[in-house]
Design a protein around this ligand. Sequence first.
Ligand SMILES: Nc1nc2c(c(=O)[nH]1)N[C@H]1C(S)=C(S)[C@@H](COP(=O)(O)O)O[C@H]1N2
Ligand SMILES: [Mo]
Length: 384
Amino acid sequence: MTLTRRDVLKGAGASLALGAAGCGIFGGGESKDLVPRQTMPLNAEPRLDELVESWSTPYSQFFVRTHGTMPIVPPATWRLRVEGLVTRTTSFSLQDLQRMPSVAVPATIQCAGNRREEMNLVKPVTGVLWDAGAIGTAEWKGVKLSEILNRVGAKPSAKYVWFEGLDAVTLKDRQTLFGGHLSIAKATQAETIIALEMDGRPLTREHGFPARTVVPGFIGARSVKWLGRIVVSDHKSDNFFVARDYKLFPPDVSAETSNPKDVEPITENLLNSAICDPRAGQAVGAGKLKLRGYALPPGIPGVGLSSVEVSADGGGTWTSASLRGKDAPFCWKLWSAELDVTPGPRTLVVRATDTKGGTQPERAPWNFKGYLYNGWHRVPITVT
Ligand SMILES: Nc1nc2c(c(=O)[nH]1)N[C@H]1C(S)=C(S)[C@@H](COP(=O)(O)O)O[C@H]1N2
Ligand SMILES: [Mo]
């Protein structure tokens, strides 16, 4: 097996030296400009004001979320095995997938832990303490999962499709593989794909080379990177990240009292929005102030964004923001607004409303894992 120059460059990031100023680690002429939240495993997000410079998130600004190792997968020998309730168990090579009909799907991926830092201020939670930057938008290109399921002959008794990554994750008591699952209904939607490319180039190592699922509308954890195996089944996956993690426990449940069997795995994203500019703690001049940020529709088919509103008095009075960016399903929109601000400590607030009339709650329910925080985003600033 020979590694191409590109693979070697990708692999050069195997041991990471991260500085607080960001990390330029991924070689190949590309670099990430992210703020690390954790280095082993690597978890890093962009500066918020840089994140909303463009609707399509540049490579350098796309957050990275890993739970374990970041495998260097040799493309020539890699196979995607599809088995379980299928007529023909099949191993697809990368070339097999590249030769199949392909589709391009723009999609925003948001981590279920995005904005966890805010929930942590209410009461401590477990997990990576993300600001509001664990989100990004790209055009993903690859093969429809439904096409793969047709080729292998998924049986009528199939109810779930399980996915397994090639990365090794160290849990408290054992090692495991990262995994996900989808109902057969979501697995066969046109938007659900096995992506080989991100913004017109092969996936890079940290985003799942050579293949990952992209599941628009669902939390990022369901878009499994470094895909190694797909199992078609009549029951739910027992992978740790489906059966135990990525569940939304009620506020009165703690790590000690939780029973994962009581709760379903998280699927869709919730309606969300954030102020990305100005940034928390910034000092700005009195008068007209421009605000910029993003808003994400809930991951429900056919539901988009209808409005974004901002406030400089903690939610007493609201001003409409203007939305921009592609009108694509399951994708964010960028927004901007102008507010008059007077001297003193001020709290900027944003909330979004969707096309079904749903709005963000002033505060989202606390849960010990810190998932799905979508309360009004508040940014304290000083006006001078
Ligand atoms: N194999 C594998 N897939 C994975 C993960 C992982 O740790 N291992 N993390 C998931 C989570 S929680 C998120 S939010 C997204 C992040 O995708 P990105 O790193 O490409 O931004 O990948 C998902 N897919
Ligand atoms: Mo995530």
